[in-house]
Design a protein around this ligand. Structure first.
Ligand code: PTJ
Length: 260
């Protein structure tokens, strides 16, 4: 791993790249994970590499829906585990909800490696001190987070083949699903099943971004840290949610950043 000096203006981006490179070597990621990451980086650059006010609103709304949900689940793919695994374990511990490994390019080997990676991260997170403003037994809360996915005993109706496989106690049962870097078809199938689908996607033009109940147009590691703050602060649901307005705002930011 190359040493990146503290002063380097692109330090965070370089470290994220390195995580993706290392995880690829370790067999955790899909062959196309770097392409997906590069596309995300390009959009993030255009968005100014910071969380916009409208993304902040979408993260708050996601927090409130997860809190109100009877059966919330956090669905993670390879890139998400590598970039935001620890933060999402913290969110799951506060919400007392499971995390499901659910990947587009499903192989038994990757499922098993991602599961072990998350279990190790759980151990590390469980040793941390309580997050700010959270009161309770942190070690116990983190240890209680179930990592689902490997069992594959559920199905997403409306999809065919390996992409329909899920956990009966996770995605199949859930009424609210947080699913970063989701694929458009699956997002549509989940919405058609009457579930609330909360996505994190840097591309406001993607089918996923357009299909979702709530779209957080932000980078997953930044969004996951804010989500933790908001689930702890127990954000309240807004009376009406205009998701198209959120997408329009992201496009406006990109347009503004693209002119002198
Ligand atoms: O682990 P698997 O098998 O589930 O495969 C995961 C990938 C990401 C390879 C797969 O889902 C895929 O091919 O995704 P796409 O169709 O390239 O879509 C990825 C979307 O996520 C794009 O719209 C990117 O802009 C966006 N994206 C990429 N990196 C980030 C991101 N959004 C938020 N944060 C990121 N770090």
């Amino acid at each position: 791993m190359v040493e990146v000096p503290e002063s380097h203006p692109r330090k965070k981006s370089l470290l994220s790249r390195q995580k993706i490179v290392d995880a690829t070597k370790n067999g955790l990621l899909a062959d196309s994970a770097m392409i997906a990451h590069g596309r995300g980086e390009a959009f993030d650059y255009l968005l100014g590499e910071k969380t916009s006010n409208s993304a902040r609103l979408a993260i708050k709304e996601s927090a409130s829906r997860l809190i109100e949900s009877d059966n919330p689940v956090i669905s993670v793919n390879g890139n998400t585990v590598v970039l935001a695994g620890k933060s999402l374990i913290r969110v799951a511990a506060v919400l007392n909800c499971p995390i499901e490994v659910n990947i587009y390019y499903r192989t038994e080997e990757r499922m098993s490696k991602l599961n072990s990676f998350l279990e190790k991260q759980k151990e590390i997170v469980s040793q941390e001190k309580n997050p700010d403003n959270w009161i309770g037994d942190w070690n116990n809360a983190v240890q209680s987070v179930k990592i689902l996915g490997k069992e594959g005993d559920g199905r997403i109706q409306g999809l065919e083949g390996p992409r329909s496989i899920c956990s009966s106690q996770g995605i199949e049962k859930a009424d609210v699903i947080l699913v970063p870097l989701e694929d458009g078809d699956r997002c549509e199938a989940l919405v058609n099943l009457g579930k609330q689908v909360l996505v994190v996607d840097l591309n406001p033009l993607s089918r996923t971004a357009k299909m979702a109940t709530i779209t957080v147009v932000d980078e997953i590691s930044r969004a996951a840290e804010l989500l933790l703050e908001y689930v702890i602060n127990k954000e309240e649901k807004s009376a009406e949610w205009n998701n198209q307005g959120i997408l329009n705002d992201a496009l406006k930011i990109i347009a503004e950043n693209s002119t002198d």
